[in-house]
Design a protein around this ligand. Structure first.
Ligand code: GDP
Ligand code: MG
Length: 146
């Protein structure tokens, strides 16, 4: 089965989003290494924050059919370098996480994510309220089964 690689800063909500995509609601534990589960490759946030790991992420993207860039709606800064999406072997799309959060600023999060992902589709999600999860899952299933 084709895979989707999920990247984003430490604490952005990647692992929790993955659990929500699988219909689970328990908290996610800290991701220490690349984790392969079914059609998903979860990555440690350090890999997206530290340029020393970029090559490793880009190499791993060859195993995936798409890369999902995750941006936390409660963060006011960008953890991806400008144009980051272009470094990957496969198409990229984006997800804004934690849109349920009282501190979420969705428009700002989209603006930040657009610097790394000028064109790919962006999905607005909350693992807490489940908003946007089904829509993102449909899209990812299309990619995985294409
Ligand atoms: N309010 C809210 N908090 C979330 C959501 N998703 C994740 N979190 C919280 O964000 C923190 C980091 O989540 P985690 O999935 O471990 O982030 P990762 O490092 O990107 O894998 C945890 O405390 C989660 O409970 C969400 O949709 N809404
Ligand atoms: Mg994680």
């Amino acid at each position: 089965m084709k895979k989707v690689m999920i990247i984003g800063a430490v604490g952005a909500g990647k692992s929790t989003l993955i659990k929500a995509l699988f219909g689970e609601s328990q908290p996610a534990s800290k991701t220490q290494s690349l984790i392969y589960r079914d059609w998903v490759i979860d990555t440690p946030g350090e890999y997206s924050e530290n340029p020393l790991y970029y090559r490793s992420l880009m190499a791993t993207s060859h195993e995936a059919a798409a890369v999902l860039l995750v941006q936390d709606a409660t963060r006011d800064r960008n953890y991806f370098p400008p144009g980051f999406e272009q470094g990957f072997a496969v198409p990229a799309l984006g997800a804004v996480t934690k849109i349920d959060h009282p501190q979420a600023d969705i428009d700002h999060a989209i603006e930040l994510l657009r610097q790394a992902l000028p064109e790919g589709e962006i999905f607005l999600t909350s693992a807490a309220s489940n908003e946007g999860i089904a829509k993102l899952k449909d899209k990812l299933m299309q990619i995985v089964h294409s």
